[in-house]
Design a protein around this ligand. Structure first.
Ligand code: HEM
Length: 367
């Protein structure tokens, strides 16, 4: 017996080594998967501090045309995972923007918000809702007060109250609470079959208080490729990379991308006026037809993307900034913006209606 054992020692060692290796691989895999599924947004966020005053906080400086060599459409995503507390911003525009979004959702209910009526969409909306209420309570404790007796949060800036938890309201009501209490629009995307890598993400719920020249309701329950149909260069330059990006998005990720255009009116809400559409004749505006002091803006979006850990929905929040063009000029960025305007390829220039405002805006920026 002893002899048998001695003879088999090398095999026993091999077995032990094999088992140890298998255990280590399983453990490594579990830790890695857990980490990937750990949401960047499910946490206690650092409070912004008592010296923070929303009325004194100027809007984030977003100038996506700056230092660019190529103005074709692209993904251009930047990692925000190191500072997830910068997700939802409260700035001196807060009161006006939340008031406006509340007004637009009341005026245009069919064009501004929706939630597809199925279990997984409702679960995603509820999950997202609680992530946002937790964010507001921990990041901005001076402005959002929780009453554990009533279960309600009071917004000290605009006076509204809304529940901390999602169970007592319908998904649409939850979206309306969010719409009236954060400055960002919301997009919730789900796949019909999450296991199908070819399957597309579908726009299943959200609110668009500030559509930039498109009707959000045309995209309800539609896949991203349909929604981006009017976007020039989408099939060649975006479709594939966007598909890969959304398939690989993890709850630990937080990405930001920006876009820019110019508008010659003051409206945040535009269902149809900012973009050139197929067959449209674009009329060039004379310099004196634009009110550069009061109604010509650089319009930018700050889009933030991640995945929810439980429902696995992909989400995008969209913050709209209107910066007076005279401010861009005062910042000394006139020539840089002219470069961006001239650098737009023809198809994108048409989409952004450069033919209407391009020459007049450049003249203003250069004089
Ligand atoms: C990485 C993600 C995304 C990329 C790279 C992307 C890219 C673009 C680009 C290049 C445009 C043209 C205007 C611009 O310059 O921004 C656009 C327009 C648009 N995008 Fe996206 N997008 C993304 C995600 C989404 C998502 C998740 C939605 C959800 C509904 C969405 C909805 C739209 C809509 C509605 C328009 C306007 C289309 C129109 O003019 O009718 N995008 N997108």
């Amino acid at each position: 017996m002893q002899e048998l054992l001695v003879q088999n020692v090398p095999y026993l060692w091999l077995l032990v080594a094999g088992l140890t290796l298998a255990y280590s691989i399983t453990k490594w895999y579990t830790i890695t998967t857990d980490k990937a599924n750990q949401s960047i947004l499910v946490r206690k966020f650092p409070a912004i501090g008592n010296d923070f005053d929303w009325k004194q906080t100027k809007p984030l400086r977003v100038r996506p045309f700056e230092n660019q060599k190529n103005f074709n459409v692209n993904m251009k995503i930047i990692n925000l995972a190191k500072t997830p507390e910068d997700w939802l911003l409260i700035e001196d525009t807060y009161l006006e923007q939340t008031r406006l979004r509340k007004k637009f959702t009341e005026m245009y209910p069919n064009h501004t918000y929706f939630s597809y009526d199925n279990e997984i969409t409702s679960a995603a909306v509820r999950e997202f809702y609680e992530i946002v209420t937790n964010y507001l309570l921990t990041r901005y404790p001076q402005y959002f007060k929780y009453n554990w007796w009533t279960g309600m949060i009071t917004n000290q800036i605009n006076g509204l109250t809304f529940p901390k938890h999602s169970k007592s309201d319908t998904p649409s009501q939850l979206i309306l609470h969010l719409a009236a209490n954060i400055e960002e629009d919301i997009v919730i995307l789900l796949k019909d079959n999450p296991k199908d890598p070819e399957g597309e993400y579908i726009y299943r719920a959200g609110v668009s208080g500030f559509p930039a020249g498109f009707d959000p309701s045309h995209g309800y329950n539609k896949p991203l490729s349909y929604i981006h149909g009017p976007v020039p260069q989408y099939p060649n330059r975006l479709k594939l990379s966007m598909g890969k990006f959304f398939n690989n998005l993890k709850p630990k990720d937080l990405w930001v991308r920006h876009n820019w255009s110019i508008q010659t009116h003051t409206a945040y809400f535009s269902l149809d006026s900012n973009h050139g559409r197929d067959g449209e004749k674009i009329k060039q505006l004379r310099y004196d037809e634009i009110d550069f002091d009061n109604s010509c803006f650089l319009r930018c979006e700050r889009q933030i993307l991640t995945r929810l850990p439980k429902s696995k929905a992909n989400i995008m929040t969209v913050r709209t900034f209107l910066t007076p063009i005279k401010q861009i000029k005062a910042e000394g960025l006139g020539e840089e913006l002219c470069k961006g305007i001239d650098g737009l390829p023809d198809d994108l220039a048409f989409y952004k209606k450069r033919g209407a405002w391009g020459e007049a805006v450049k003249q203003y920026l250069r004089e």
